[in-house]
Design a protein around this ligand. Structure first.
Ligand SMILES: Cc1cc2nc3c(=O)[nH]c(=O)nc-3n(C[C@H](O)[C@H](O)[C@H](O)COP(=O)(O)O)c2cc1C
Length: 378
């Protein structure tokens, strides 16, 4: 098994194991996709990725992290996404969408505006006002952050409906994979992590209560998302904080998610909030891949590895050694959208540019032969 073997999940065949990880661009207006999203994500399909994910896409307006987040809370937002999925599919890649709700992490400035809470100053600077966030309780994400409103049972019911409606719109938009965003301190993570969830009703307290909302969201989505299409779930496999969510919790959670209709666990980690110093993250090449391996082995479910993977050999090893079934790449494809095609060459899988679109590959192959003939390349 290697990086360029296909993977069949339900009726969807992903042509190779390379996934473009969701990457927010913070450039939408009112949640609408635009030419930027089309150009940005199309490059990865041209670059040979097997599966290309949109960025975190909010299921309701107040669930956006920033004013620039993509959204799918109204039908008008579908049209531009159809253009995108059609193109990705024409190139032979699979189009996936990540559905999200930021919860208490909402109303934040874009990274290049400081990644701090939006306040009155943003109205003057950018005509962007702060908004009221929601969460499992009313504990802010960190010191100086907005205080969220504790969600009522009605809010929870509405949230499930919002995920379901967004899943239906995802289908209309032509996506073949949905990933639920439940990592990095966003709303569903806020519910399952004991660090953020201070509730005392059936959605807080015990492990079963804290995971209840995630399981119900999966069940709601499965009511409208076709049986033959894959459903992924991105979680933080550990909070990296003592007393927080741990890998053993993730293994039990993954088993229940599988029963509810999830096909693959995308294993990220961290981000629940509080003081950054509290988190003890063992950063290094492919540092989260061991989490994917453990979940894969102990919960008997497909997994995706992500985080500081940028070398072809390292990505290939993850698949070869069966640490995970898919490898997600984020920053490296920003640097080089053709990374999958280069990886295939490096691994000796494509020696004559045959994986490249002929509009590029024919010329590059011809130049390669010329350079060799001239003795300018080995
Ligand atoms: C620009 C940018 C935006 C991101 N936005 C999202 C997002 O919308 N959803 C998500 O799950 N992760 C997001 N991430 C995290 C990535 O998907 C990925 O998990 C992380 O960057 C680690 O992978 P890397 O080392 O290959 O970059 C983002 C990362 C970057 C660099």
């Amino acid at each position: 098994m290697h990086l360029f073997n296909s993977l069949q999940i339900r009726d969807v065949s992903i042509p190779n194991r390379i996934v473009v990880s969701p990457m927010s661009q913070y450039i939408s207006k009112n949640g609408y996709a635009n030419d930027w999203h089309f150009a940005h994500l199309s490059r990865f399909a041209l670059g040979g990725a097997g599966l290309v994910f949109t960025e975190a896409t909010a299921v309701e307006e107040r669930g956006r992290r920033t004013h620039g987040d993509l959204g799918l809370w109204e039908n008008g937002q579908i049209e531009e996404l159809v253009r995108l999925t059609s193109f990705i599919k024409q190139q032979g890649s699979i189009a996936g969408i990540q559905l999200a709700h930021a919860g208490r992490k909402a109303s934040e400035r874009r990274p290049w505006h400081g990644e701090t809470p939006v306040d009155e100053e943003d109205i003057e600077l950018r005509d962007e006002a702060p908004w009221q966030s929601i969460g499992p309780g009313n504990k802010p994400y960190a010191e100086g952050w907005h205080q969220p409103l504790q969600m009522t049972i009605n809010d929870i019911e509405q949230l499930k409906q919002n995920f379901k409606d967004a899943a239906r719109r995802s289908l209309d938009a032509g996506f073949d994979v949905i990933e639920i965003y439940a990592a990095h301190g966003f709303l569903l993570h806020q519910f399952y992590s004991p660090i953020a969830n201070t509730r005392s009703d059936e959605y807080g307290g015990s492990f079963d209560n804290r995971i209840r909302l995630s399981i119900e969201v999966v069940e709601e989505i499965r009511l409208v998302w076709p049986e033959n299409k894959p459903l992924f779930f991105r979680l933080s496999a550990t909070d990296w904080i003592e007393g927080g969510w741990e890998i053993n919790d993730t293994i039990e959670f993954a088993k229940k998610l599988k029963e509810a209709g999830v096909d693959l666990i995308d294993c990220s980690s961290g981000g629940i909030g509080g003081s950054e110093k509290q988190q003890k993250i063992p950063l290094g090449p492919a540092f989260q891949a061991p989490l994917a391996k453990e979940v894969r082995e102990k919960a008997d479910i497909l997994t995706m590895a992500v985080g500081l993977i940028w070398q072809a050999q390292s990505a290939n090893e993850i698949i070869e050694k069966e640490s995970a079934d898919l490898v997600a790449i984020a920053r490296e494809v920003l640097s080089n959208p053709n990374w999958p095609l280069h990886a295939a060459q490096e691994l000796g899988i494509d020696n004559d540019f045959s994986l490249w679109k002929p509009q590029f590959g024919w010329w590059l192959n011809k130049r390669e032969r010329l350079l060799r003939r001239l003795g300018l390349k080995d």
